[in-house]
Ligand binder design. Structure first.
Ligand code: AMO
Length: 428
């Protein structure tokens, strides 16, 4: 039999009754009833009932559930309650046999823990809850690209193998590069800033790497980041871009992914806007009121953010952080140089994004590098671009995996990443 399907299951309608179709998919269920066999066939788009009778049924033999099959048959009316038509099989070919028993139950009747599912991720994708998460992830990416393109951002791809750190020395993976030391990029920070001198507004959606020995539901060693950088914008402008992007993602998936929301058992609620914008100083005051021993200049610990998150559920911006807590490329506020033009986008206690206005004066950048014990000599290629007409610019980076957890209401980023990488997991 040919391998080419005539239709996806979702394309079948009662108008095709009497017509021959060729379907391809996996046997989700199989019931032998005397002279007949009922097969539930699933493909990526849906499920159909196949009925097998007569000689074909007599010669059917053993077929394990979850085997891949091609079915040629005729669409006909049905008495089944769950279907509006069925397919009377004329030919069935098992094109990919599945073993029995399988290591996990893809229908999800027998629940497996996340580690077991991740060990068999490809098979887990036949679980409709898991498949729906990754369909949603696709639509999130589609929405992000659409909105950013409408806002005149151009998609770029920067190198992931680099010669010096983009975010300072911490958490760097190093590798041998033909006898030299190379690193895996922690972010596209320096390259995206450089691109503003010609392309003005750029974005990148790529994987980046952090040698973070963290065992939490929100840290991975390889994560997907959505990054933007825009010339002639201040941090308030790129916060507006971020806010409208998040709102659009929620709107787009809430409207276009009804089936996926049903499968996951979670309704996507579009957040109200504008998002609250609170300052770091306000947070310190709030924490002090709650009896926390914290002073201006201290970094906010997870325990602090949990308190702030309780006071401000949902999305909010936490802005104007002290300069000393921010990376070398962040610019100070004119009216108070101890404060930075920076922000984090929070979802409760969870940090989704950070960004800010950048220093665009090369000399100041050099001074800041030294202040942070970084060697300007390591950044010569970057620093020289600041002599070529560097415009004022701002941007942010947002963890796609973390954004996905807020969208579908799960706690662990591993649920929304195909093959997560963390200190304990390097395969499959
Ligand atoms: P930052 O280091 O805050 O900023 O990272 C931006 C966002 O990326 C996500 N993220 C992670 N997600 C999962 N696992 C990790 N280990 C991990 N590390 C970071 C988070 C975080 O908010 N260059 C700046 C951004 C900018 O200023 O443009 C940067 O990388 O959601």
């Amino acid at each position: 039999m040919v391998f080419v399907k005539s239709h996806d299951i979702a394309e079948l309608t009662t108008e095709l009754i009497g017509k021959q179709v060729i379907l391809g998919g996996w046997i989700e269920d199989l019931r032998k009833l005397g002279k007949m066999t009922f097969i539930t066939l699933r493909d990526v788009s849906g499920i159909a009932q196949i009925i097998v009778k007569g000689e074909l049924n007599d010669n059917l033999g053993e077929i394990n559930r979850q085997s891949a099959v091609i079915v040629k048959g005729v669409v006909q009316e049905t008495k089944a309650r769950d279907f509006t038509f069925e397919i009377k099989a004329e030919e069935i070919e098992i094109v990919g046999k599945a073993i029995h028993p399988l290591p996990i139950d893809p229908i999800g009747r027998l629940e497996s823990n996340i580690d077991t599912r991740l060990n068999h991720r490809a098979l887990d994708m036949r679980n409709q809850r898991t498949a729906s998460i990754f369909k949603l992830r696709h639509y999130v990416l589609q929405s992000l690209r659409k909105t950013l393109t409408e806002k005149k951002f151009l998609e770029i791809t920067t190198p992931k193998i680099i010669g010096s750190a983009s975010e300072g020395g911490a958490n760097l993976f190093s590798l041998d590069y033909f006898g030299k030391t190379a690193y895996l990029a922690q972010s596209p920070q320096l390259y995206k800033e450089q691109m503003t001198i010609g392309l003005e507004r750029v974005f990148e959606i790529s994987n980046f790497y952090r040698a973070e020995n963290s065992h939490t539901g929100r840290h991975l060693t390889e994560f997907t980041s959505i990054d933007i950088e825009a010339a002639f914008m201040d941090y308030n402008d790129v916060m507006d871009v971020l806010e409208s992007l998040v709102i659009e993602v929620y709107k787009f998936t809430s409207e276009n992914c009804k089936k996926e929301q049903e499968e996951i058992g979670h309704t996507i609620e579009v957040p109200s806007s504008p998002f609250e914008r609170i300052t770091y100083s306000q947070c310190i005051d709030e924490l002090k009121k709650e009896g926390e021993k914290v002073e201006f200049g201290d970094d906010l610990l997870d325990s602090h953010l949990r308190i702030i998150g309780k006071n401000h559920p949902g999305f909010y911006f936490l802005m104007d952080w002290p300069m000393k807590l921010k990376p070398f490329y962040i610019r100070e506020k004119d009216e108070d140089p101890t404060l930075s033009r920076s922000f984090d986008l929070q979802y409760g206690f969870l940090e989704l994004s950070s960004g800010g206005t950048r220093l665009h004066d090369g000399e100041k950048l050099k001074t800041r590098l030294k202040e942070q014990d970084l060697d300007p000599a390591q950044f010569v290629d970057h620093l020289k671009t600041f002599e070529w007409g560097m415009p004022p610019h701002s941007g942010w980076g947002m963890g796609l995996d973390r954004l996905m957890t807020t969208l579908i209401g799960v706690d662990n980023v591993r649920e929304v990443v195909l093959y997560p990488r963390d200190p304990d997991r390097l395969s499959p």
